[in-house]
Design a protein around this ligand. Structure first.
Ligand code: G3I
Length: 460
């Protein structure tokens, strides 16, 4: 049974392109034992998820901010720095310094990065706002291609298209200059993003898509179903989840997540904040995500209330002075007590891995490591699973010999020594402690061909 689940989850994970899908699959394999994680990132990792936050580049010089960021989170989303007005302020002139500051910080801390966002009706620079028709279509596609190419290998997931559907009961696309270039602008953006960065998972991201009965939710669902049926390269759907009195959390949120997941995409909570930060509501959101195998991560839209775009609603997990709120405790408890989901992905595998992993026999103490590879022409993503033997471990080191021509470009949830030939990897702060028989995952992306990788694990 366990092997069957392992194979199903692994095959489904490899049908996608990134580590998150595999992590979600892994979550189905691990026993649902209570864990002892003491940070959001560590506890989410134990459930095969990431826990992220929006980050503003200009706050990275605030020591209190970065202390919480580095301690609690293992994924970041640039809050504004990868938007169109920031990255292409003049047509054809790209500006990446603020975004790179965040990517660099994330990399130094072993955090993964969600890219936000390549195509959007809002926060367009003036030159784009004034464009229309085929010139705008070309400019949009060039933007997607240039930015995704620039960050290729450094972004685990891109929000390719953001907020393309109208509010209200119409179920229609939102009117915008991009929409007026033709209804196929969204799929064109996804195809351009896939071509530019084949290793990134590609998401559609929107708000007010939480309530399963709402027209907007159904309209996005129908688009994703259509995309999957026609082979448009979409891997995931982001649910912003800005909950407030006008747009509250609803109990069918879990149904929404699981219904989208059943289309064969990952689902992610991408911009979570809750007016008043009800601990009960935060807990429900986490439990809903944990209940859906393909819900592979949660991102809150800021760290402290004072960092929020809606600061007066005090919607986040930390007070403005940096102290943990009851909502924080509720989220951590939900992550630690969460049961592992049992609903397997329904998407049949379409793209089997080139190097299927095998489950290691539990060792006596120490650790074992297995690697699975998603290879495409010119590059690959390697997802590595470190499993503790019969005793808990306090840290791990994994050696991997890369074949000639393979060069690591990006890594997450591990510290790296070397990017070609003999590489050595050690745990980051939040994933060194692994219980007996338990596992943690990390990964890297590289140029070249993986061939057969044989990781060697040693424990501390
Ligand atoms: O940095 C300038 C500052 O120099 C200037 O003095 C000030 C004057 O207004 O503006 C500052 O820029 C603001 C920027 O946030 C940084 O604080 C912009 O005006 C303001 O428009 C911008 O708001 C952002 C908003 O997106 C814009 O649409 C929020 O920070 C950001 O949290 C928010 O994020 C969006 C997601 O991208 C998509 N989903 C909804 C979410 C919330 O609106």
């Amino acid at each position: 049974m366990r092997n069957a689940k392992w194979k199903a989850a692994t095959r489904a994970a490899f049908a996608l392109t990134g580590v998150g899908a595999l992590a979600a699959g892994m979550a189905m394999l691990l026993p649902g034992t209570a864990s002892a994680g003491t940070t959001l990132g560590a506890s989410a990792t134990e459930k095969g998820r990431y826990f992220g936050t929006a980050v503003a580049a200009n706050r990275l010089s605030d020591g209190a901010y970065t202390t919480i960021l580095n301690r609690e989170f293992n994924s970041v989303t640039p809050e504004n720095e990868m938007k169109i007005d920031a990255t292409e302020p003049q047509q054809g002139q790209f500006s990446y310094s603020s975004a790179e500051r965040i990517v660099s910080h994330a990399r130094s801390q072993g955090m993964s990065v969600r890219g936000h966002t390549l195509a959007w009706h809002s926060q367009q620079p003036g030159w784009m706002q004034n464009m229309s028709g085929s010139a705008l279509r070309q400019a949009m596609l060039n933007h997607v291609t240039q930015v995704a190419t620039h960050f290729r290998g450094q972004i685990v997931t891109w929000d390719v298209v953001n907020e393309a559907f109208a509010d209200g009961s119409s179920g229609a696309r939102r009117d915008s200059n991009l929409q007026r270039t033709g209804n196929d602008w969204i799929e064109a953006a996804f195809r351009a993003a896939r071509a530019a960065d084949p290793g990134a998972k590609l998401c559609y991201n929107d708000y007010n898509t939480d309530n399963w009965t709402h027209a907007k939710t159904q309209a996005v669902y129908n688009m994703v179903r259509d995309f999957k049926s026609r082979g448009v390269p979409i891997d995931c759907v982001g649910f912003q989840s800005h909950f407030n009195n006008d747009s509250p959390y609803v109990s069918n949120y879990r149904t929404t997540l699981s219904s989208f997941a059943a289309l064969g995409v990952d689902v992610q909570v991408t911009e979570l904040d809750i007016q008043g930060a009800s601990a009960t509501t935060y807990r429900s959101v986490v439990e809903d995500c944990l209940a859906v195998a393909r819900c592979n991560g949660i991102t809150v839209w800021g760290i402290r209330d004072s960092d929020s775009w809606r600061a007066s609603q005090t919607p986040l997990l930390f007070n403005s002075n940096g102290s943990k709120k009851p909502a924080y405790d509720a989220v951590l408890a939900a992550l630690n007590n969460g049961t592992t989901p049992t609903d397997p992905p329904t998407d049949p595998p379409t793209d089997p891995p080139t190097d299927p992993p095998t489950t290691p026999p539990p060792g006596q103490g120490g650790c074992t490591a297995t690697v699975s590879v998603n290879q495409w022409t010119g590059g690959f993503v390697a997802t590595v699973k470190v499993t503790a033997g019969s005793s808990a471990i306090n840290g791990w080191t994994v050696g991997i010999a890369l074949p000639s021509g393979a060069t690591v470009t990006n890594a997450w949830n591990a510290n790296r020594s070397g990017n070609t030939g003999s590489t050595s990897w050690t745990n980051v702060a939040y994933n060194g402690q692994v219980g007996a028989g338990q596992a943690t995952e990390w990964g890297f992306q590289a140029n070249g061909t993986a061939g057969t990788l044989s990781p060697a694990c040693s424990a501390r």
